[in-house]
Design a protein around this ligand. Structure first.
Ligand SMILES: [Fe+2]
Ligand SMILES: [Fe+2]
Length: 238
């Protein structure tokens, strides 16, 4: 739509002034920022229900962006991976909170509900034609390089690159943060896990890119302490 408006402006003025071009660029970048921020707010609302996964999607999005840049993705491909990473667990909206927060072992039917979240996310996102590529990346974010993942058990390069990137970013964040059933792993132990699971769970190229970025992530305060909306609100009210 915006592109159409810009084209009409250009047709109407034989030589568009530099001022107009700058103005249109500003609108476009504001629109992208707005779109990105709406998504962050939506996911923060989802994560506010669960203190253990607070900030998870935002950290996965940052890690995925670093990986995608390191793997030379650009333009719309890069932006799609970043937005898909923010949205990767949106399908958990359709999973019961009791199951999501259950500290013990899951029963068979509970595990089946958890495994449905990529497909639920896909079905939500594909309602928008513009989000179709993002929906596909979300659908495959729990597939594994060796074909033992879900929902379809596809393997290797059959899995979209964006999904393979998010799979690594998701695992890194999950391992290095607290869960009700275990303490966080040290960044050193997490690195070891990643290497053990290279070519089993993870795309070896994405793991190689993660190794290059390891010092940056391990040293970043952003990944050590990300307060969630709920914690921030409680602090500011007390
Ligand atoms: Fe997930
Ligand atoms: Fe996740």
């Amino acid at each position: 739509m915006l592109q159409k408006i810009v084209r009409v402006f250009h047709l109407g003025t034989k030589k568009p002034g530099a001022g107009l071009a700058v103005h249109c660029d500003a609108i476009e970048s504001n629109r992208q920022e707005f779109f990105h921020d709406i998504i962050e707010c939506l996911i923060a609302a989802l994560e506010a229900k669960d203190s253990y996964t607070c900030g998870h999607s935002s950290r996965v999005a940052d890690i995925s962006l670093d990986l995608a840049i390191a793997l030379d993705l650009k333009g719309a491909d890069l932006e799609n991976v970043h937005i898909a990473a923010h949205l990767h667990d949106i399908g958990k909206m359709g999973v019961s909170e009791n199951i999501l927060n259950k500290p013990g072992k899951l029963l068979f039917h509970e595990w089946a509900q958890i495994q449905a979240h990529p497909a639920i996310g896909y079905n939500v996102l594909r309602k928008s034609r513009l989000l179709h590529k993002i929906a596909t990346i979300v659908l495959y974010h729990h597939e594994r390089w060796d074909g033992t993942g879900y929902p379809e058990g596809v393997q290797g390069n059959q899995i979209p690159l964006g999904s393979r990137i998010i799979a690594v970013a998701d695992a890194v964040d999950a391992m290095t943060t607290y869960r009700p059933y275990r303490e966080p792993l040290s960044w050193r132990d997490c690195l070891q896990e990643l290497q053990i699971n290279k070519e089993k769970q993870f795309d070896p190229l994405v793991v190689e890119a993660a190794l290059e970025l390891w010092q940056k992530w391990a040293g970043s305060r952003h990944y050590q302490e990300t307060p969630c909306v709920m914690e921030e609100t409680i602090k500011s009210c007390s």
